[in-house]
Design a protein around this ligand. Structure first.
Ligand code: BGC
Length: 742
């Protein structure tokens, strides 16, 4: 059909009106006009982000928030949700404040909002970015229906130190996988358009390098070479920025002496100028006030340092609203700096569509429809299954239905721990415990066996923060005796043990990452019965499990699997589902090996058992107990030697076992000669392949120049000519390799 001139002109006009440029122009006009009416105090008010409501993650509580909203001194709030709570506060902003600027509503939606998915470290173990994206999307649907427009996630801090409690919140130790997870989560939350009422703004955190806190002690300093930063720690933040993340949160730590929250190089030169980030930078909880403890100056000085460095929103400190007006008048902070920060906050609100509908179509009906809907629960179960890592199996798993199983341990009937830490809005009472999920026809037995811990000092630290650890009225010895009796009556024992959830997450570092001693005592007693033992673990971090590896028949790492964890665990134990997780963080043999990670350098004296003067310990091997990328299946896969054709590296994967299974095929590259010393291996690709018994599939990877590139000593991203090795296998231990020259 021929279009007449008018149709073409109208179409051109519509396209022009909808083009990003014209939307930007409209937004600029709108924001200019609004800012033209704002006083300095009101502009600074937009930079204020107090906490109001249920949760506290720092020592200070925000006060008088409602009055400040009425005065136009609040840009957004966090720690509250539900349609009613949101509406009440939004109404204050819309009806009582002079310029009626709507509020942002943020919250720590970390691994699901109401439907809880496995902790992020667990989710990353699925190596399934489509699944991870779906969990973020489901969280966005629930959170947005519950009055939120901003989630403080994804946390993408690379972590090589399992003593740090917050390893549970991220995707492990590797930058390539971490970047893929970061992208998936941003896309899941924002869904391409934050104006859509079912999307929320994502917030990548903690910028930057928080995961490298010295000695794994939370909030500790970070001192790092730029090469390590650019090659290993920064890529996931960058990936989130490239995926269009709307906001960034600064980290608590200092970086080579300058705290992130007032680090101009980090927040302006790198983030905005080099990476082109245009959104809002919020600080972490009271991070501006903490700059005083970092020794950066007094209230006025740290407020000025922080805004001048590029922080836009002040979370909880209220130093911005208290100090910035005078600092501007004294010329220590320019009006332009305030205008730029205020503009970014208003732009975020504009992009969310808040000026058109401050309530974003939130209603109790929508919340009821979205929250914990069937599809989300089944996604949670699928995610929990795919996150589990089978660390050992001598054939006892999957359990046979006709065997009598004794379920023993404080986590068999527990629900609270299933949803793990950072599950703020999750209702643990709705979680399905392992015991509830067991098919009643299996005639299973139960014993408590031990308390989660008998350590009173530890309980005193955890319980004031919702730890919920109780001590049974029976003595530890009575509990063990009972458990041993029960074990004797069974064919196989399933011991469900692990860390109380409060031992992971923020401010929960450990110097000893063994299973708690009372739990180990129980395991030793059960071992004496001679019955096969399956150890099912729930924990936040890699643990040191050498004894368990030697003495247990099977070990299944389930992390904290979320709302449907119980169902997922029994699915896997009884073989209705396959454990397909692979580790994303190395499990050391002992804490003395930390940091131990797969993509280390070779050193000038790599370990050689026939030589004294090589890099090693006298009392422990260099190798970890379980490596990055490791995990077993119920079936057995064979991977053929690597073949190279042009820039395609491929293998044939065959399921040699008797059941259908999924293998995670991993591509690693080693740059044999470089202008800087290069890691012995780096993950550069992965593909999951599901095969029936006897089936084979070809798995191919394209080796692009990007995969060979790295930041050299001048921080140039280059692929250097020379020899490379390409490895394809099912863990970072693989020696299945071929050589090529670039
Ligand atoms: C944490 C952040 C979190 C913030 C708000 C802080 O203590 O480090 O991850 O987003 O609190 O709750």
């Amino acid at each position: 059909m021929k279009r007449n001139f008018l149709t073409v002109a109208v179409l051109a006009l519509i396209t022009a009106c909808n083009s990003p440029k014209s939307i930007d122009n409209e937004m600029n006009r709108f924001v200019d006009e609004l800012m033209g009416k704002m006083t300095l105090e009101e502009k600074i008010g937009q930079l204020n982000l107090p906490s109001i409501g249920f949760d506290v993650t720092g020592p200070i509580l925000s006060k008088g928030v409602e009055e400040k909203i009425e005065k136009g001194l609040v840009g957004g709030v966090f720690n509250t949700y539900t349609p009613e709570a949101m509406r009440k506060l939004q109404e204050l902003a819309i009806t009582k404040s002079r310029l009626k600027i709507p509020l942002l509503f943020g919250y720590d939606v970390i691994h699901g909002h109401k439907t809880i998915f496995p902790i992020p470290l667990g989710l990353s173990s699925s190596w399934d970015t489509a699944l991870i994206r779906k969990t973020a999307r489901a969280a966005a649907l629930e959170a947005s229906a519950d009055g939120l427009n901003w989630v403080f996630s994804p946390m993408v801090d690379i972590a090589r130190d399992p003593r740090w409690g917050r390893v549970s919140e991220g995707a492990g130790e590797d930058e390539f996988l971490g970047s893929a997870v970061a992208r998936a989560m941003v896309v899941g939350y924002q869904n391409g358009d934050i104006r859509d009422n079912s999307s929320v703004m994502a917030c990548v955190k903690h910028f930057a390098l928080y995961g490298a806190a010295e000695a794994g002690r939370d909030y500790n300093s970070v001192d790092m070479s730029v090469s390590k930063m650019f090659n290993h720690y920064l890529p996931p933040y960058r990936a989130a920025v490239d995926a269009g993340v709307a906001t960034v949160m600064t980290s608590f730590n200092d970086i080579n002496g300058i705290p992130a929250t007032c680090n101009k190089w980090l927040l302006t030169d790198l983030l905005r100028e080099q990476w082109g980030f245009k959104g809002v930078v919020a600080t972490d909880y009271t991070a501006i006030a903490e700059l005083e403890n970092h020794g950066m100056g007094n209230r006025q000085e740290v407020a000025a340092l922080s805004i001048n460095a590029g922080a836009d929103m002040d979370m909880v400190s209220e130093y911005f609203i208290d100090e910035l007006p005078a600092l501007v008048r004294e010329g220590k902070v320019s009006e332009k700096t305030i205008d730029d920060a205020c503009r970014r906050v208003l732009e975020a609100k504009y992009k969310l569509g808040l000026f058109e509908d401050p309530y974003r179509n939130v209603s109790t009906e929508r919340a009821e429809r979205e929250i914990m809907s069937e599809d989300k629960l089944s996604l949670s179960r699928e995610a929990a299954i795919k996150s589990m890592v089978l660390l050992k199996n001598n054939g006892v798993l999957p359990l046979q239905k006709d065997k009598r199983v004794a379920f023993i341990g404080p986590l068999v009937k527990d629900k609270r721990n299933l949803i793990g830490n950072w599950s703020g809005a999750g209702d643990w009472k709705k979680a399905i415990s392992v015991w509830e999920a067991i098919d009643s026809s299996t005639n299973s037995l139960y014993a408590l066996g031990c308390n989660l811990t008998d350590d009173k000092a530890l309980i005193d630290k955890l319980n004031p923060h919702d730890g919920q650890i109780t001590l049974d009225s029976k003595s530890p010895q009575q509990l063990i005796d009972e458990a041993v009796q029960v074990a004797r009556r069974a064919d196989v024992v399933v011991a469900v043990l692990g860390e109380p959830f409060g031992m992971g997450g923020e401010a929960a570092s450990r110097s000893n990452i063994d299973l708690l001693s009372n739990q180990k005592t129980l395991l030793r007693a059960l071992r004496q019965t001679g019955k096969p033992i399956v150890l099912v673990l729930m924990n936040s971090r890699p643990l040191t499990l050498e004894w368990e590896d030697e003495n247990m028949d099977a070990i299944l790492e389930t992390w904290y699997g979320g709302t449907m964890a119980g169902e997922a665990i029994t699915d896997v134990l009884f073989g209705a589902a396959e454990p397909e997780g692979r580790l994303t963080m190395t499990f050391p043999r002992n804490v003395g090996q930390i940091p131990v990670y797969y993509n280390h350098k070779n050193t000038g004296r790599p370990f050689d058992e026939n030589q004294k003067y090589t890099s090693k310990y006298l009392d422990v091997a260099n190798t970890p107990l379980y490596s990055f990328g490791y995990g077993l299946s119920y079936t057995a896969f064979e991977i053929s030697p690597v073949t190279l054709s042009g820039n395609i590296a491929s293998v044939k994967v065959t399921n040699k076992g008797t059941r259908t299974g999924t293998e995670t095929v991993q591509l690693y590259i080693r740059d044999l000669v470089g202008s800087s010393s290069r890691p012995i291996k780096q993950l550069k690709g992965f593909k999951k392949v599901t095969l029936k018994a006897g089936e084979s599939a070809d798995v191919a990877f394209e080796i692009t120049t990007d995969l060979l590139s790295f930041y050299n000593a001048e921080l140039k991203y280059v692929a250097e000519k020379g020899d490379f090795e390409v490895y394809i296998g099912n863990s970072s231990d693989t020696e299945n390799k071929a050589k090529f020259t670039f």
